[in-house]
Design a protein around this ligand. Structure first.
Ligand code: MRU
Length: 360
């Protein structure tokens, strides 16, 4: 367990409480989402972020969307349910965990909606919708619980790859802040730390939105795991000075051939690791693997607001009129990846197909 809660479902108010990551590390404040729009906005604006956490938040977003219809005495139709799913699916395009979680919610919803009540009275329809909402909540709770369980398993598998006193470089935040709990890359780091390996972490600050300096540094300090913050452009230098033993990062979507999308800048870190003969691991649950995509060129890459690059925090650091390119993710080719650490074990990128055939 980490020392904070990224997302909590509040039973009595039927709201989703999020630790507002836009305000970290300066303020630990919470955002209570009680409408579908609020959940969608929280995902879009990165109040909640990181592939697995986005999936869990969206699952609860579906419950909240259905609850809103019930509160308005509006019987749920298939079209209405699809609109809820579509609103959440439109928030961010790259992390496949979002679509994976929504697909599970869609299946649960479809089963409930099949109990057609076209000739029933309003009261019966609302009773059916309440039952459906409760089934959807059960599924969202299950997605949350599986996320916690899988990341602990993944952490144990990964920790075996970490040598004593290892100095580990990570990029962005793939921690408990990016999941229901524990984390993927930081899950491995937590497990190695808890096993007494005396590890040290180097955290890239991760421009433009500083997930490394704002979030990873904050999260590791909470757990008293030794961490040194560096700017993104210092990683290769640290490697050349023999200051890094291995790299572990998360992923937003992994194609069937092992090509992996993660926060922009990950590709450069992987190239630098290759040049210095350092192991480069991706840590991600199998829900991040998109077997429908043959390779990474098919992964949709989110482009975000140019002002994220023109500004550093709230301060403008570039001319307002300058043209900006702001892709939020890049794709690291499988050939640069030593292994993919999942809850089902560690796989070389070209062996991912084994997962699909073993655990269809
Ligand atoms: O834009 P973000 O902050 O959602 O990007 C997050 C990342 O790139 C993470 O490394 C990835 O989602 C893995 S989180 C376990």
């Amino acid at each position: 367990m980490s020392n904070f809660q990224t997302l909590v479902w509040r039973k009595t108010s039927r709201t989703l409480r999020l630790l507002d990551q836009r305000r970290l590390p300066n303020k630990e404040s919470f955002l209570d989402c009680g409408t579908l729009q609020e959940v969608a906005d929280a995902i879009k604006t990165l109040a909640v972020r990181g592939a697995p956490a986005i999936g869990v938040a969206a699952a609860y977003g579906v419950v909240i969307g259905v609850q809103e219809e019930i509160a308005l005495n509006r019987p749920l139709t298939k079209a209405g349910f699809d609109r809820i799913i579509d609103a959440l699916a439109a928030t961010r395009p790259t992390a496949v965990n979002l679509f994976w979680a929504l697909e599970r919610m869609k299946k649960t919803g479809a089963a409930g909606l099949e109990n057609g009540l076209s000739d029933a009275g309003l009261r019966d329809q609302l009773l059916r919708d309440q039952l459906l909402r409760d089934q959807l909540l059960q599924e969202a709770d299950l997605i949350f619980a599986e996320d916690e369980r899988d990341h602990h398993l993944l952490g144990e598998h990964g920790a075996r790859l970490v040598p004593e006193k290892a100095r580990i470089l990570t990029h962005c935040n793939a921690g408990a802040l990016a999941c229901a709990d524990y984390g993927t890359a930081l899950g491995v780091i937590r497990a190695a730390h808890n096993a007494g390996k005396e590890i040290q972490v180097f955290a890239d600050e991760t421009r433009p939105l500083l997930q490394g300096s704002r979030l990873t540094a904050w999260e590791l300090l909470q757990d008293k795991i030794p961490v040194t913050l560096i700017c993104d452009n210092m990683a290769a230098h640290c490697m050349s000075k023999g200051m890094i033993d291995l790299v572990i990062v998360g992923a937003d979507r992994i194609a069937a051939n092992g090509d992996s999308a993660n926060k922009i800048g990950t590709y450069s870190v992987a190239l630098a690791a290759k040049a210095h003969n350092l192991p480069f691991y991706i840590a991600a649950p199998t829900s991040t693997i998109d077997f429908s995509l043959a390779n990474g060129s098919q992964i949709p890459i989110e482009e975000r607001d140019p002002d994220e690059v023109r500004f550093f925090g709230r301060k403008r650091t570039a001319p307002a009129a300058v043209k900006v390119y702001n892709p939020a993710f890049d794709v690291t080719p499988a050939r640069l990846i030593t292994g993919i650490i999942t809850e089902k074990g560690v796989y070389e990128p070209d062996r991912l197909a084994q997962i699909e055939s073993k655990y269809p």
